[in-house]
Design a protein around this ligand. Sequence first.
Ligand SMILES: NC(=O)c1ccc[n+]([C@@H]2O[C@H](COP(=O)([O-])OP(=O)(O)OC[C@H]3O[C@@H](n4cnc5c(N)ncnc54)[C@H](OP(=O)(O)O)[C@@H]3O)[C@@H](O)[C@H]2O)c1
Length: 334
Amino acid sequence: MPNILILGGTGYLGQAVSQALLRSGNHSVWGTVRPGSTSQSKARTLSLNEITPVIGDATDPAWLAKTIADHRIDVVIDITQAYDKAGVILDAVISAARNRAEVLAKEQAVGPKLGYIYTSGSWVHGSPGLGVGRKVGDLTVPGTSLAPAKPATAVAWRPAHEQAVLAAREVLDVAVVRPGAIYGRASWVWGTFWSPLLAASKDADNNANEVQIPADAGARIGTVHVDDLAEAYVRVVDRVHGLLGSWPVFDVTSEVLLVPDIVQAAAKVLGVEKKRIVYAGTGGNPFLEALSLVVNTDSARARCVLGWEAKRRGFVLNLGVFVEAWRAAQAQGE
Ligand SMILES: NC(=O)c1ccc[n+]([C@@H]2O[C@H](COP(=O)([O-])OP(=O)(O)OC[C@H]3O[C@@H](n4cnc5c(N)ncnc54)[C@H](OP(=O)(O)O)[C@@H]3O)[C@@H](O)[C@H]2O)c1
């Protein structure tokens, strides 16, 4: 019964992965909660969902190493947005693994390595272009001269961190998971495209006859439903102790879609399909630029190595459900 510590246990993806691990029946799950005014209520939410909350700063190396030791954690999964502290987190996990190995060595014993799974993202592949038949999968090493495109500016740091994670293989059993843009339930990323449409739908005077979307008209985006993605994590966890082969890196995307198709479908759901949609570009904003990449990602290795298969397809076809879920999440947060 491996003990799993989710760093970012309160987050959108962290909660979904925790639930999937618990549903498998094979794992006990701990989730980090950042100290602050909302920590008690967030901790209660985790407890309610059978996740053991640990309140503390995951970017404090001493606290993290002690938490891993105290709860006899077998696998740590970084699902935080602590981007500037990713290296600190990795070092703390390495230090916990070294401490454990030293204890065992003193007792002339050997044991399994600590597992470490890092959440990256498909934006590291950048825009390989519109050419057909040239998919970019996880055997491409982003951030190197062998990659067909540069990572998106917003994640320019991430390929080097992935390399640091993979280089830690000597002391940790590691894996890197690279999700596409995640949809389902309270997904926040689509707000960029859907918020202007929602605002237009609330415009009682119907003043503007056009809606500006902060994206490029040629943008193409890799997507995955949060439940499918969470299932991929379960499969990585189950295999991280030596069953992932020589390259434990997995792009996890189910469909690659044109952004205008997603926007048009959302406009219909929100009743503003008669308005003219104007793609206003990204204005040099790194986050918007990343959402306007022209991707061509592929998850063949997730299927072959992990036996993963996306069950939730048809994002655009079923968009009404996802827009309503997003709208409900917005209303709850207001
Ligand atoms: N959402 C997507 O479409 C998508 C796609 C690809 C990759 N990813 C990656 O998936 C990861 C999680 O994303 P998400 O969508 O689940 O985001 P999220 O809902 O905002 O969750 C982020 C989590 O990280 C925690 N966190 C943020 N800053 C932190 C810090 N400085 N120190 C410690 N914890 C911190 C948050 O804690 P609080 O609850 O206290 O804020 C929360 O638990 C990120 O690495 C993201 O790049 C996401």
